[in-house]
Design a protein around this ligand. Sequence first.
Ligand SMILES: Cc1cc2nc3c(=O)[nH]c(=O)nc-3n(C[C@H](O)[C@H](O)[C@H](O)COP(=O)(O)OP(=O)(O)OC[C@H]3O[C@@H](n4cnc5c(N)ncnc54)[C@H](O)[C@@H]3O)c2cc1C
Length: 365
Amino acid sequence: LEINRGKKKVIGAADGKEFQVDYDKLLIATGAGPTPLPVPGADLPGVLMLKNLEDGRRIKSYLNQNPVKRALIIGAGYIGLEMTEALHELEIQVRLADVAEDLVPWAPPEMRAIVQEELKSKGVEIRTGCEITEIQRSGGGLRVVTKKDPIDVDLVLVGIGVKPNSEIAGAAGLELGPRNSIAVDKTLHTSDPDIFSAGDCADAFHIITGRRVWIPLALRANRAGWAVADNLKEDKVFLPGVAGSSVFRVLDVEVARTGLSPREAAEAGFDAVDAVIKSRSRAHGHPGNTDIHVQLVAEIGSGRLLGGAIVGKEGAAHRIDAIAVALMAKMTASDFFQCDMAYAPPFSPVWDPMLTAANQLLKKL
Ligand SMILES: Cc1cc2nc3c(=O)[nH]c(=O)nc-3n(C[C@H](O)[C@H](O)[C@H](O)COP(=O)(O)OP(=O)(O)OC[C@H]3O[C@@H](n4cnc5c(N)ncnc54)[C@H](O)[C@@H]3O)c2cc1C
């Protein structure tokens, strides 16, 4: 409930009783919470969110107890897109609504089109630029009122983002970072030397821009927790930061990114250029071969790689890690192009799509 830094006490409540715990060192690992949908009717039965396992069980039991044939997912972030796949597998007709004009807005148009096409080809109705204003009961189901046409469904899943659980830290006067996340240094100390913070509630440094960012993902959360354990007595572990590497699957398409998109690079003050290529996931003529799109971004002048994105039916998810390593090593596009990538027909063409992208990027640089 509260941190009293002066007395080095944490005040809490459990089973209706208040308690106090003294601390020498404190770790705040309160995670992030779902952003509530700020419209009337968001608390109706059948309007559900997904943040933790309990929410997952609630969704499952709702599906088991109600004849859900049509669902609306509000928010086309990675959780919304993964839920689309899960409901589609259950043969539920899925509609996906987002206030943004594009799905995966950070990706180049070629990649966005693949995600859209994949969803449409599996019968998912996409409503972008769609602002929800109210949810009402309607017959046995729900009517979702938007600024355009209403949408009638049996279930609404809300996944419109998360926010850091940093209220207690803020109230205790700890410095806050982007989006009100708890500001930590590279050894995970907050602005109070006796208080650490780790996980989704805390910020991190971006390894490309050097700026504070809030990108709440599992590897960083886990790594930061371990680092705090190591740093309790003395600072032993120093975390350089994050590249924002992430990956998700939507139906049969893998979508992955790391580092900065061209727009983010420009916003961070880089004079950047990108190359987007289409190649194949396996050697030419190998059965099962599918299209794969790769984008690489680099700084004009230095040639330093700034980011990358990959979309395809196979081989996107793990290829992105090579680009993440290149970013960490501060490689140039030319260094990356010289990397000795493994080749065999079931796994890639002789020139891996990432090398083809680097070659095209070099021409632009
Ligand atoms: C549906 C879903 C899918 C995801 N998939 C991926 C993925 O594929 N890849 C990926 O990298 N990341 C993914 N994430 C993100 C990942 O789950 C988080 O980055 C990670 O769980 C963060 O761990 P954490 O310990 O910081 O926070 P949490 O796991 O949220 O734990 C924080 C805990 O603190 C408790 N708490 C909060 N406030 C208080 C308080 N005042 N007092 C006491 N306790 C409190 C909370 O109840 C919670 O149990 C996903 C998240 C969701 C919701």
